[in-house]
Design a protein around this ligand. Structure first.
Ligand SMILES: Cc1cc2nc3c(=O)[nH]c(=O)nc-3n(C[C@H](O)[C@H](O)[C@H](O)COP(=O)(O)OP(=O)(O)OC[C@H]3O[C@@H](n4cnc5c(N)ncnc54)[C@H](O)[C@@H]3O)c2cc1C
Length: 451
């Protein structure tokens, strides 16, 4: 029987396994982290590693769209891409996760209102599992895969990929050990993107650089965004900031949610993210406001650029994320706890393990300008969004900037070596990661049929 090894038990790895179990294959999924029941949200390592990947303690907002959370048209024709998205939605449906119903007329109104302010609003089908319900979903989904024969090697770190004569042969493990495989899918997520880059470059395979998404997490009283959230749970807005003509967008809106730290221990950086619980709500809504930066000459590595900014932000924040009010940023002064909590109308931050400071000390002027302009444009659609009391947390860094070069089945230049998910730079969210896992798995099956 042919053996497939999958590195990473996040959405990309698990959905790849879901596709492969229908065939006569031996499937092993390897992950550095623990089983879902043993993971603790309060431990930084557990937050991003283990069964379910960084999806487990995410907000569980699933976007069912071909071009949100990754661009499936790079790999599939439009009809096939939509078929795959619908297939993924149906799998979630089997676990009682359903897209929220949308009011098309209100969505159209918002689209029109946004367009008049130079902002694009993209209505999409979305489901929301909620961070507090995700562990049950992951347990059920991974348990069903185990019932169908998938084996898991948890708390096991893959060190390298072994190839011979242009074909993959298996994986070496940190601390010794070898897993033999006829096909391998590398799906190590954002947390494993540097490792993936090292491995892929070590094999002499080419990589490309996606634009890096850098920005802040914005936090406002929930009431400010209530009308928009009623139309779309995770509204997607796209702006073009006038000064530098850069793209700015909203990402991962967490209604009544919490801002959380995102720690990349190996790189020595701390950033922020957001999540929302379905059963316990805060009085605030937060979202990422991101600008996309592309680099050409002489430095192409957007991943290195993003990391160096993240290191500076971590240094300026004394190892904590920086928190600043919009009013202080506008007035070119640092925030202090005294200034942040001066009046009863001030927004109470949901993340307090932060350093009040000055975001413009950490982010390049171009990025700060993009973000301020983007927020001001969006405030024309959502009044109050750019008020002085609005809170900004730095840094939000989306680490999918390194793109492993592959064919349309996500196979690299090495026979049998496939990639999927955020770590390979081919997705940017749970839905996209799941879809690319499926594409890689289908590639393995197709290749097996022709072998
Ligand atoms: C706080 C937070 C909130 C989020 N909210 C949302 C949301 O609401 N909606 C959404 O769509 N997305 C959200 N995301 C993003 C989403 O979680 C990711 O896009 C998605 O999980 C990516 O899936 P993946 O399979 O590519 O990687 P991951 O889910 O990151 O999984 C990768 C796995 O690979 C393992 N791994 C890495 N390297 C190795 C190695 N060398 N050996 C063995 N194992 C390894 C890791 O331990 C990890 O478990 C959120 C992320 C965070 C952190």
């Amino acid at each position: 029987m042919r053996k497939v090894a999958i590195v990473g038990a996040g959405p990309a790895g698990l959905f790849a396994a879901h596709e492969l179990v229908k065939h006569d294959l031996e499937i092993v999924v390897i992950d550095r982290g623990k089983a879902v029941a043993e993971r603790s949200r309060s431990k930084p390592f557990d937050l991003l590693h283990g069964m379910g990947g960084s999806g487990t303690f995410s907000d569980g907002k699933i976007n069912f769209h071909t071009q949100v959370g990754g661009d499936l048209y790079q790999f599939l024709r439009a009809d096939a891409a939509w078929e795959l998205v619908n297939h993924i939605e149906a799998i979630f449906g089997e676990y009682d996760v359903h897209a929220m119903s949308t009011d098309d007329e209100r969505a159209r109104d918002l689209e029109k209102r946004a367009a008049k302010c130079g902002v694009r609003f993209l209505p999409i089908r979305q489901a929301h599992i909620g961070s507090d319900h995700l562990t049950a979903f992951i347990s059920a989904f991974s348990g069903d895969l185990a019932g169908k024969g998938v084996t898991y090697r948890l708390e096991t770190r893959v060190d390298d990929v072994v190839c011979e004569d242009g074909s993959v042969k298996g994986l070496t493990l940190a601390g010794g050990g070898f897993i033999e495989a006829d096909a391998v899918i590398l799906a190590p997520g954002r947390v494993g993107s540097d490792w993936m880059r090292r491995v892929v470059q070590g094999l002499g395979l080419p990589i490309a650089h996606n634009p890096v998404d850098i920005g802040v997490r914005v936090e406002v009283p929930a009431i400010v965004m209530e009308d928009v959230i009623a139309v779309s749970y995770d509204p997607k807005f796209y702006m073009r900031a006038p000064t530098y003509d850069d793209r700015v967008r909203t990402f991962c809106v967490s209604p009544h949610g919490m801002v959380v730290q995102e720690v990349y221990r190996e790189e020595g950086v701390v950033g922020v993210n957001g999540h929302a619980l379905r059963d316990r709500q805060s009085g605030n809504t937060n979202f990422a406001l991101l600008t996309s930066i592309n680099l050409t000459e002489p430095m192409e590595s957007t991943a290195d650029y993003g990391l160096s900014i993240a290191r500076l932000a971590t240094t300026i924040g004394g190892g904590k994320p920086i928190l600043q009010s919009m009013g202080d940023l506008r007035r070119h002064r640092r925030s202090t706890w005294g200034r942040l909590q001066k009046s009863p109308g001030d927004v109470i931050p949901t993340l307090t393990d932060v350093a009040p400071g000055d975001i413009s000390m950490a982010l390049p002027h171009r990025i700060v300008t993009d973000l301020v302009e983007g927020l001001e444009m969006l405030a024309a659609v959502i009044p109050g969004l750019d008020a002085d009391r609005t809170l900004l947390y730095a840094l939000e860094l989306k680490r999918y900037a390194t793109r492993v070069e592959t064919d349309r089945q996500l196979q690299t230049g090495i026979r049998g070596l496939y990639v999927a998910g955020d770590g390979a730079g081919v997705s940017r969210g749970i839905g996209g990661a799941a879809a690319t896992g499926k594409i890689a798995a289908r590639g393995i099956i197709a290749e097996r049929a022709t072998a």
